[in-house]
Design a protein around this ligand. Structure first.
Ligand code: FUL
Length: 682
């Protein structure tokens, strides 16, 4: 009898300590290498190669190795910047489309071994691999399958070359975490002097299954990126934005690198995709992937970088931000400044998880090991889930006091598959529930941003899913406001729009050159200014009372009555610097609609990604009747190629009803282009 009692006791005890049965996986599920990769979240891209020196985005393949001549190449600076910015790895363009390679490959002469850098004795891949190790970063390789230099490109022999080079890269430089295969092929190229167009069948030519096998053999832990994987897929655009609904699942066998309808059809993944192929968001910190001095003033702003962060990492993708390393061989100061600002702001946004001190309750718990408290710890491996078949699982968080917050972060435990299809965050108000925000898929990580909310109890309801949700983490944060000046735009009729850099901020402005404060005119709607004046505007956080610096902008008379004499000339007076007028006869003539005394003019050169026709030498003429013209100024826009910002020329007041800006020379000899032309009347 005694023995039986002991046995019962022992059985009961073991029952209590035993973990409940795990949930059944929802297929597809990730490979361990993909789980490890997903946890990196954030890493950097380095576009540095021949294009840096030829000042191009896509080299033709006929560039000379001697051109690769950095004056101060420091891979350790790249690694230091990345590590300090919170990145977990770096991927470098070992070979881009022009075919030049950054390591002394035994299979080509088109490499750094024939460049002046370190007298041809350097190995940049090795130096960067070492720098990454020193700074605790993972190291990855971008390798362009398209090669505009190689004579055999398009023939079977080239595939052997590609495999040989991959073998070098994946054998000699230690652990590689990601191999990045670019899907681009623009056709024409140098091809060893043939100078012709060679397009290949992107699906079959590269013999992808064999290439994948080679990578697996040499670097079993590396993930491979291309449009459709096999391990990591493209997000479908280069501006840093994932779809809100974003599945890691993909119909992988229907996708190949460089397929034309990929962005619309496959970039968001598919709920019933057959394979686990999560997305990576790749975006450059400047308009171009490679360095161009003329983009030094175009490094992304903090609000833009923050949007990218929330719209990529916050939407179930990893984030790969590119640094176009400059001709010295350094990440440019402006880019360093921008990435550090992003790092500091992200750190502040997620500094305190308000949920971690809350009491969490769930409407159902699966049992031992799957308790709701698991969503509050920092361990991704522990998660909360419910009994099989539970409909509308929910987690309630009781803070014990009224708290203010504006971010929700959720993480699914993805090793058993992506499940959640929709969820809603609600707060309790006098015994009933009010919606704060809602979302669709979660995946590895989902972050919602919403205006400040106060509540003492909230709940997250999982309203639809492929199966019961497995939730590893719930975070609630109170991100501080981004208190920087408002952004400004003006249309042709002189209407000014001010936009707040963050939700919940007020904007105040002055139009009389005085410094605005929280007592000044508050901005509510666009307003018209048709005379020359100075606008100063600030952003104010009504809660903390914090005030941004003032933005000061000189505006001149509105262009509402202006008319251009040439067809399309309107594009240069529409107050939109992104549109431009290209003039076959190198001038732009404008009727101002009234006679004015003008004291100068402005010229904004073309702002597009591939600018052309910058005016370097100008003649500016005025007329009161449109027939007889008088020269008011002539001269040079000295640094316009390197710094294509608005140029301002002043002169003594002259009468004008008509103005004409004439290019006596353009930087590249192309027809003159005009993004925007204005006059100064003050
Ligand atoms: C694209 C390339 O064509 C660009 O030059 C750049 O390397 C980008 C990351 O991928 O497909």
């Amino acid at each position: 009898m005694k023995n039986t009692l002991w046995l019962v006791l022992l059985l009961a005890l073991s029952f209590c300590t035993e973990k409940a049965a795990p949930p059944t996986p929802v297929l597809p599920v990730p490979e361990p290498r993909q789980i490890a990769w997903q946890e990196l979240e954030y890493y950097g891209f380095l576009h540095f190669n021949m294009n840096t020196f030829s000042d191009r985005e896509w080299g033709f393949g006929d560039e000379k190795p001697e051109m690769f001549d950095p004056s101060d190449l420091q891979p350790r600076q790249w690694a230091k910047v990345a590590a300090e910015a919170g990145m977990k790895g770096l991927i470098i363009t070992a070979k881009h489309h022009d075919g030049f390679v950054l390591w002394p490959s035994a299979y080509t002469e088109h490499s750094i071994k024939n460049s002046p850098w370190k007298d041809g004795k350097g190995d940049l891949i090795k130096e960067l691999a070492e720098a990454c190790k020193e700074y605790g970063l993972k190291f990855g390789i971008y390798y362009s399958p398209w090669d505009r230099n190689h004579p055999d490109y398009g023939k079977p022999e080239y595939i052997t070359y590609m495999r040989n080079q991959l073998t070098e890269l994946l054998s000699n430089y230690g652990e590689i975490f990601e191999v990045w295969f670019d899907g681009a092929n623009g056709g024409d190229g140098y091809y060893g002097g043939a100078n012709e167009t060679r397009k290949v069948d992107k699906l079959t030519y590269y013999q992808w299954p064999e290439v994948y096998q080679l990578v697996r053999e040499l670097q079993p832990n590396a993930v491979m990126f291309s449009d459709g994987g096999p391990d990591v897929r493209w997000v479908g655009n280069e501006h840093g934005e994932a779809f809100e609904t974003n599945w890691a699942n993909l119909m992988r066998d229907s996708v190949y690198a460089g397929m034309p309808d990929y962005p619309e059809k496959y970039a968001a993944g598919q709920e019933f995709g057959t394979h686990w192929v999560p997305a990576e968001t790749n975006v450059s910190i400047r308009p171009g992937w490679y360095y161009h001095t003329y983009e030094d003033h175009k490094v992304r702003s903090l609000p833009n970088l923050l949007d990218i962060y929330y719209n990529s990492i916050g939407r179930n993708t990893s984030l790969l931000i590119n640094f176009p390393v400059d001709t010295r061989g350094l990440i440019h100061e402006n880019d360093v400044d921008a990435i550090m600002k992003l790092a500091a702001k992200v750190e502040k946004d997620f500094a305190v998880n308000l949920a971690s001190k809350a009491t969490a309750r769930a409407n159902d718990e699966r049992g031992k090991g799957y308790e709701v408290k698991n969503v509050l710890d920092e361990d991704y491996e522990t998660y909360w889930t419910t009994s099989d078949g539970t409909e509308e699982a929910e987690i309630k968080l009781e803070f014990g006091e009224e708290l203010s917050f504006n971010r929700l972060m959720l993480q699914e435990y993805t090793p058993l598959g992506q499940r959640v299809k929709s969820f809603v965050l609600e707060k309790e108000v006098n015994g009933s529930w009010e919606k704060i925000a809602e979302g669709t898929t979660v995946g590895y990580k989902r972050i919602l941003r919403f205006p400040d909310v106060t509540a003492s109890t909230v709940r997250v309801r999982f309203t639809d899913g492929k199966d019961i949700p497995l939730i590893s983490k719930v975070g609630i944060y109170d991100a501080p406001k981004l208190i920087i000046p408002p952004t400004f735009s003006r249309n042709k009729s002189g209407e000014i729009t001010l936009s707040s850099p963050d939700q919940g901020l007020n904007i105040y402005y002055s139009l009389d050159d005085s410094d605005p404060n929280a007592e000044s005119q508050q901005y509510t709607n666009p307003f018209k200014v048709d005379q020359a004046t100075t606008l100063k505007a600030i952003s104010v956080d009504p809660v903390s009372g914090k005030i941004s610096e003032a933005e000061r902008i000189d505006v001149d008379i509105a262009k509402s009555n202006w008319k251009a004499s040439q067809a399309n000339g309107e594009l240069a007076i529409d107050e939109n610097p992104e549109s431009y007028f290209e003039s076959g006869d190198n001038n732009l003539t404008i009727d101002l609609g009234e006679e004015l005394i003008i004291k100068g003019f402005t010229y904004m050169p073309m702002q597009g990604r591939y600018p052309k026709g910058f005016i370097t030498n100008f003649i500016f003429e005025v007329s009161t009747n449109g027939n007889s013209w008088k020269q008011a100024a002539s001269g040079e826009f000295s640094n316009i190629v390197n710094s294509p910002i608005e140029q301002t020329i002043r002169f003594d007041g002259v009468k004008a009803k008509f103005i004409r800006l004439r290019a006596s020379k353009t930087a590249d000899g192309n027809a003159a282009t005009f993004a925007e032309v204005g006059v100064l009347t003050k």
